[in-house]
Ligand binder design. Structure first.
Ligand code: URA
Length: 213
């Protein structure tokens, strides 16, 4: 299953336009805020697929028929670029447990790179719904590696993958390697540079949020 936000019309598409805009990108706080809003938007979309229990809630004037989530998802992210979208999701699923994976591109002299995982912090994900966030799904290699690393440790019940911008190649790689994952994507671009940056994409999401390394 793939949800492609660009096939719909909502204010979230404006957030996507803003994170791509090189003028608006000059303000890192606005960039982070837009990423947070995109994260929050996808949290709402994913929340429509979750299971709810009928509950009763005491108000000052009586008892209201309400609903509560039967089960909270775990919010996982790839640092550092994923942090603003993660924060937006956490604003919605505000009691969710969180997992963090630090992955980076280890460059070789040839120009090629491999993905290396440096650090993982995760609760027990056995039988849990996991939402994995990375704003840019370029080759899809880090996403697949990070998800497989977590899923090698725990038998996850359901995996959602959320990205603001993906390349077609990244989508194909994820679907081939994680066929059961549900994908939530803000926009899909066709091309990548020789260094695997998405074109037109937006540039380096981590640098735009937190400054160049
Ligand atoms: N990471 C980014 O920040 N941008 C890309 O285009 C690809 C990976």
């Amino acid at each position: 299953m793939i949800f492609d936000l660009s096939k719909t019309n909502s204010i979230a598409n404006v957030f996507i336009a803003e994170i791509r805009d090189e003028q608006i990108q000059k303000d890192p706080m606005r960039f982070r805020t837009n990423m947070e809003r995109i994260g929050a938007y996808f949290a709402f979309e994913i929340s429509k697929t979750l299971i709810y229990q009928n509950t009763e809630t005491q108000t000052p004037l009586g008892v209201a028929k309400t609903v509560h989530l039967a089960e909270l998802p775990v919010l996982a992210t790839i640092t550092r670029a994923g942090i603003p979208m993660h924060k937006g999701m956490l604003d919605i699923f505000d009691r969710a447990d969180c997992a963090f994976v630090a992955a980076y591109r280890k460059a070789h002299k040839s120009g090629h790179f491999e993905i290396a995982i440096e650090y993982i912090s995760s609760p027990d994900l056995t039988d849990r719904i996991v939402i994995m966030v990375d704003p840019m799904l370029a080759t899809g290699m880090s996403m697949v590696l990070c998800c497989k690393e977590l899923m090698g440790r725990y038998k996850v019940k359901e995996l959602h993958i959320v990205s603001a911008i993906a390349s077609s190649e990244g989508i194909r790689h994820v679907r081939a390697n994680l066929p059961k994952a549900k994908l939530w994507i803000g926009a899909i671009d066709e091309e990548m540079t020789s260094k695997s940056y998405i074109v037109p994409g937006l540039g380096d999401a981590g640098d735009l949020a937190y400054g160049a390394k």
